[in-house]
Design a protein around this ligand. Structure first.
Ligand code: ADP
Ligand code: MG
Length: 268
């Protein structure tokens, strides 16, 4: 269970560039929820994820994960509990290190193996087995530097690294948006497989409204640092993309700014 209570974050407070990115935002996420998040650019979606991960601390409010108050826990102490995947496939992996080295870092960092030690034969077998699940032939390239992989392969590897040791929470920030459509489909279906096989609790930002409604069990819309719509289960099952747009307009008094969103009305 993730509980976010009255979270606020203002950037550059007291300057002309002051920006209130999160405004008294509260959200309860029961274990096993898969929430899709949509909202205009600048709505505060990435800021919410960064606050949950500890990239920076919120100014007010609290974040409780599995009963522990992590509001002011340093980022490095949250790594093993929270997987965070970004839009940019270059971000989640170290290009000059091999696939095996990247996986080892993720594996050790997640704490399963305790303190740093050499990668054992059993670890390698596990890495190979996990890589094979991606169905991209990476299990035969474990000694290749990650920099040689395609964006889609790197994103799939990042996904594996984030979930190899089951996280309490997986945060996906438009993690397929920078990939070509076929690769995006592939990475998305891998994501869905991993999330359901491990019963992960997951928040996923997407700009694709069809995806938002069809994936997971719950959809949240954000605007101006707040949640303006939160629908789940049967209520959501009966909704169309137009309903979502209408409800957004009703909740905020303005239309969703989203060229990108409107352009991607069709499923990707
Ligand atoms: N590190 C930062 N410094 C200053 N302003 C920021 C920073 N991160 C985000 N912002 C601002 O906060 C607002 C919310 O940004 P963000 O959470 O990235 O929106 P979204 O992910 O919904 O597009 C935006 O106005 C953005 O410019
Ligand atoms: Mg963002």
């Amino acid at each position: 269970m993730l509980s976010i209570r009255h979270l606020s974050k203002t950037f550059n407070a007291g300057t002309v560039n002051e920006k209130q990115a999160l405004r008294d935002l509260s959200l309860e996420v029961p274990d096993g929820d898969f929430i899709t998040i949509i909202g205009s650019n600048g709505a505060g979606k990435s800021t919410l994820f960064n606050a949950i991960c500890g990239t920076f601390y919120a100014d007010a409010g609290e974040i409780v994960l599995a009963g522990a108050d992590i509001t002011y826990l340093p980022e490095y102490k949250r790594y093993h509990e929270i997987g965070h995947i970004f839009q940019d496939p270059m971000k989640g992996t170290a290009p000059h290190m091999t696939i095996e080295e990247n996986l080892s870092i993720a594996y050790f960092r997640a704490g399963r193996a305790g303190t740093l030690r050499r990668v054992s034969r059993a670890d390698k077998a596990l890495f190979r087995e996990q890589l094979a699940l991606l169905d991209m032939g990476l299990e035969d390239r474990m000694k290749s530097p990650v920099g040689l992989l395609s964006g889609g392969q790197r994103q799939a590897l990042t996904l594996l690294m984030a979930t190899m040791v089951t996280p309490k929470l997986l945060l996906l920030d438009e993690h397929t948006a920078a990939l070509d459509p076929a690769t995006a489909d592939k990475v998305l279906s891998l994501t869905m497989d991993i999330v359901s096989a491990r019963r992960l609790t997951c928040l996923m930002v997407t700009h694709n409204m069809h995806q938002a409604l069809s994936l997971g069990n719950r959809t949240i819309m954000m605007d101006g640092g707040k949640i303006v719509l939160d629908v789940r289960d049967e209520t959501r099952a009966g909704m169309t993309v137009q309903d979502l747009l209408d409800q957004f307009a009703a909740g905020t008094g303005s239309a969703l700014d989203a060229d990108r969103i409107l352009l991607s009305k069709k499923p990707q």
